[in-house]
Design a protein around this ligand. Structure first.
Ligand code: MN
Length: 282
């Protein structure tokens, strides 16, 4: 059992590095095919299943799927401990099946898990909760499996840049931290110091409340036109949060995904029309 999970995570790490569109920490996709973007999943298994049903990568070889922030939230065991790692393991299985078309990018809950940080959600510290559930399920192998999961999360790319100038990442640096963000992090191997304050992967995954100046500055720096992000909670499943920013969320019943053609360029109004309610998917 434990060996199966360890092998799975090892293959997942290999798949993260084998992604043929990945260079450094950025996945750059060519102007072909369709991108399906999702927001934070936070253990919401039903929505995760809907996303996979919708993506149907097996029968649609031109499609790509972006997943992010899969852990922390959703079902609990009988002791009230967080079982979201089971959704992550299923996402890893999907990544292994389609290593060049499933792109799981790093979120701040991932960096918090790797660094044993605290993440509060509804009054509960999620890392402790998830670790307890893993120890309960895996017993003496829990420690080794948690370590392997950290290595998997650390091996994730930071962002996806589509050829039609749309950028996908968990978030962007906050207004006041933008000048500390070093974009060369995209081109070199990630180091542990990058995911803690004030490292650039930390800034990229934890920033919130971006003003238009920040969005325009980042668009120029990263040479893109639009940002599709997760991270900031969206009760309606999505929100236009700037002239060039749409935020998606997949962690509740109003969750949404977005799909767009990577051969085409879009206006923000056209991108809004590409949003799909997960509840509409069987
Ligand atoms: Mn987040």
């Amino acid at each position: 059992m434990a060996q199966t999970i360890l092998d799975l995570l090892k293959k997942g790490i290999e798949a993260n590095h084998a992604d043929k569109f990945r260079k450094g920490n950025l996945v750059s996709l060519p102007p072909t095919g369709m991108m399906i973007v999702t927001g934070d999943i936070h253990g919401h298994r039903r929505n995760f299943e809907r996303i996979l049903t919708y993506a149907d990568l097996e029968n649609n070889p031109q499609r790509h799927l972006l997943l992010q922030e899969i852990i922390h939230g959703g079902p609990e065991n009988e002791y009230g401990e967080c079982l979201s790692y089971t959704v992550l393991l299923d996402a890893v299985r999907y990544k292994i099946r389609f290593p060049d078309r499933v792109h799981i990018i790093m979120g701040n809950h991932d960096t918090a898990f790797i660094t044993d940080g605290e993440v509060m959600k509804n009054g509960k510290e999620m890392n402790r909760s998830m670790c307890s559930a893993m120890d309960r399920e895996y017993g003496a192998d829990g420690q080794q499996i948690k370590q392997a999961m950290k290595h998997f999360l650390f091996s994730q790319p930071l962002a996806v840049r589509c050829a039609n100038r749309i950028w996908l990442s968990h978030s962007l640096p906050s207004n006041r931290k933008a000048d500390q963000f070093d974009k060369t992090i995209m081109d070199r191997p990630l180091e542990p110091r990058d995911i803690v304050k004030p490292g650039s992967a930390y800034l990229l995954t934890w920033g919130r409340n971006h003003d238009q100046l920040l969005l325009d500055t980042m668009a120029e720096l990263l040479d893109v036109d639009f940002f599709i992000l997760g991270h900031q909670p969206q009760p309606n499943g999505w929100r236009v949060a700037g002239m060039n920013l749409i935020i998606l969320a997949c962690e509740h019943n109003h969750g949404c995904l977005m799909r767009f053609n990577m051969e085409k360029t879009y206006t923000i109004e056209e991108l809004m029309e590409k949003i799909i309610q997960l509840s509409s998917i069987e």
